[in-house]
Design a binder for this molecule. Structure first.
Ligand code: COA
Length: 169
């Protein structure tokens, strides 16, 4: 497995990975999340053109996971990280997050941040094991506050959401 920049021709495959990974939410009664459409290919293309989209590829060179990162305030913010269930629990998610951290350090940013579900085993508890800590609502900087508000407007806050952060130093 190796991680490299995602090519424009691969973006549709990345959306397929996210749909497959999202299926796991059904077992938790979160069908709406499983059915939530991935970002449109045009938006993925913006991440890719800006050098902020990576894919983990298997032995045959085809994508098995992906990562989108953007800058939010002084943070490198993980917009999406997904690993195809057939390749889960092999450390690919962790390596994608390290890729996000490397990008953030290269940009001179302070923290790696993300928003996620607080009670889904492969979400907040997983990230906390990787060193992320919860950011209290009253400590959110404006950019992250906006992300939280947008996600709530999109219906994600029907289940407990958290903002997590890990220093990049
Ligand atoms: C979150 C995600 C990217 C992790 O990818 P991964 O390559 O499996 O992660 P890693 O191999 O680095 O770490 C594996 C750890 O993740 C957690 N994990 C992964 N899948 C899990 C599952 N189905 N149930 C419980 N824990 C799970 C466990 O802590 C696991 O460690 P363990 O195998 O020792 O128990 C992947 O599970 C995924 O794509 N999930 C669906 C989409 C999603 O929720 N994305 C994040 C939105 S914020």
């Amino acid at each position: 497995m190796r991680i490299r920049s995602a090519a424009p021709v691969e973006l549709e495959a990345l959306r397929g990975i996210e749909r497959a990974a999202g299926e796991q939410f059904r077992a938790l009664g979160m069908a709406a999340i499983a059915e939530d459409e991935p970002l449109p290919v045009e938006e993925l293309a913006e991440f890719s053109a800006a050098g902020r989209a990576w894919t983990a590829v298997g032995a045959d060179g085809s994508p098995v996971g992906y990562l989108l990162v953007k800058r939010v305030g002084a943070n490198a913010h993980v917009e999406q990280v997904s690993v195809h269930p057939s390749f889960a629990r092999q450390g690919i998610g962790r390596r994608l997050l390290e890729t996000a951290a490397d990008w953030g350090r290269g940009q001179g940013l302070k923290n790696l941040t993300l928003t996620t579900f607080g009670e889904v085993p492969w979400n907040a508890p997983y990230y906390r094991r990787l060193g992320f800590r919860d950011v209290p609502a009253d400590a959110l900087e404006p950019g992250l506050k906006q992300v939280v508000a947008q996600e709530a407007a999109a219906g994600l806050a029907r289940w407990p959401r958290v903002v997590l952060s890990r220093p990049l130093a």
